[in-house]
Ligand binder design. Structure first.
Ligand SMILES: Cc1cc2nc3c(=O)[nH]c(=O)nc-3n(C[C@H](O)[C@H](O)[C@H](O)COP(=O)(O)O)c2cc1C
Ligand SMILES: [Fe+2]
Ligand SMILES: [Fe+2]
Length: 383
């Protein structure tokens, strides 16, 4: 890991974690934490309860017998703050540096005695560690309201809290974008404006290293990652193309999507990507939906409503602030198709989502009439 010589990584990669925050399937997870070894010793956040022992071992090894003077708390979510109590047991005189809101959260998650150890900082405040300066920058709602990031001008380094995090390991050489996108839209997706605000503040700084709370320390391709964050936080499509998201019970809708529709899209020259919502984590489907400017939703009717995997997907999109997209609808039903109406009602609650005509209604399997409708929909999506 490429860090300046007096900043040490004490985070933990936990390969055994397969569900993060009890909902996102992951191939392992990293809980990052750092120690600044200067005239003063500063611990930058703690770690999740599932890695307590490994984190404590890393901490003790890094400290080489010295005591920690400060703990900087960027974020009070328990995946980072679960070990504040353990740190205080080791160093009862430690000063906790955090935002005013974080102090309130510390009193809630711990107790008033712990909160009394806080030195509250606000935008632009600094703390000298001896040869280095920690400059605190507030980043409210870059996940939670108490979040702040810390810039170290002497090292051109930003401790970025959850921003620029990634699911999975902390190997900088492994592909970043796919798991960082899925992480962004699921963790921060709803908070595009606060993320944009943070990016504007960061643009004024000279940054060569980003130390997030999850995933690799970033020292390369920073411009590319910042550009992606700008695109994502502004809810803009990352690349041209169409996402086809479908959910089928008995396979008729899926068959139509994967045969007739696929051929029609190909002939129309539309670059399409497919997500079977019954086989894909909704977290991945969400990331893909934000990736493209257009989406085609195909689902069957279910108890006078919508087949739940599609309903769940749309409710998640609504919760994450999905907006600014073009949508085509395909419904299937055998007696009283209801999927389309339900999808439309959910989409109408999202900002700047335009539904293109015609909505295609399939009665069990494709007929000459529904096939013609489908062709019209493909043409409309091409426009
Ligand atoms: C539990 C259940 C509830 C359903 N509810 C409806 C309904 O309310 N209206 C309707 O027209 N069809 C309903 N259907 C029928 C399916 O939507 C219809 O057969 C459709 O063609 C299935 O498409 P698929 O093969 O892609 O799953 C229901 C099917 C199941 C299994
Ligand atoms: Fe978080
Ligand atoms: Fe986190």
């Amino acid at each position: 890991m490429q860090l300046p010589k007096n900043i040490r990584y004490i985070g933990v990669y936990a390969p055994e974690v397969n569900i993060f925050e009890n909902q996102y399937p992951v191939c392992g997870m990293t809980y990052n934490s750092y120690v600044i070894m200067d005239e003063k010793v500063v611990v930058m956040d703690t770690a999740d309860a599932c890695v307590t022992d490994r984190w404590m071992d890393n901490l003790k090894a890094a400290l080489e017998g010295r005591k920690a003077d400060y703990l900087v708390v960027s974020h009070m979510e328990p995946d980072h703050a679960a070990n504040i109590g353990r740190l205080i047991e080791l160093f009862p005189d430690i000063t906790i540096v955090c935002s005013a809101k974080a102090q309130v959260f510390i009193s809630q998650f711990y107790n008033q005695q712990t909160a009394d150890k806080c030195q509250v900082v606000k935008e632009g405040d600094t703390l000298s560690t001896g040869s280095m300066t920690l400059k605190f920058i507030m980043a409210p709602m870059v996940h939670w309201p108490e979040v702040m990031v810390t810039y170290v001008p002497e090292c051109r380094l930003l401790f970025s809290a959850d921003a620029f995090g990634r699911f999975g390991d902390n190997d900088e050489s492994s592909a970043w974008t796919d798991e960082a996108r899925r992480y962004y839209f699921n963790i921060c997706g709803k908070y595009g404006n606060p993320v944009s605000t943070l990016l504007r503040k960061a643009a004024a700084l000279d940054i060569q290293t980003i130390c997030p709370l999850h995933g690799p320390v970033l020292t390369e391709h920073l411009e590319q990652y910042v550009t992606l964050y700008q695109t994502w936080s502004q809810y803009k499509a990352e690349t041209d193309g169409l996402l086809v998201a479908y959910a089928s019970i008995h396979g008729n809708t899926a068959r139509i999507v994967n045969s007739m529709l696929r051929d029609m899209l190909h002939e129309a020259g539309i670059e399409a990507h497919y997500v079977d919502l019954t086989r894909t984590s909704v977290s991945e489907a969400i990331a893909q939906a934000f990736r493209y400017p257009k989406v085609l939703l195909a689902a069957c009717s279910y108890d006078a409503g919508l087949f739940p995997p599609m309903e769940d997907f749309l409710m998640h999109l609504r919760a994450k602030g999905y907006c600014n997209r073009v949508v085509g609808l395909v419904e299937n039903g055998s007696w009283a198709p209801s999927a389309g109406k339900t999808m439309r009602a959910l989409l109408e609650q999202m900002k700047d989502v335009s539904i293109v005509d015609p909505m295609v209604t399939i009665k069990s399997t494709l007929s000459a009439e529904s096939e013609a409708q489908l062709r019209l929909l493909v043409q409309a999506l091409k426009a």
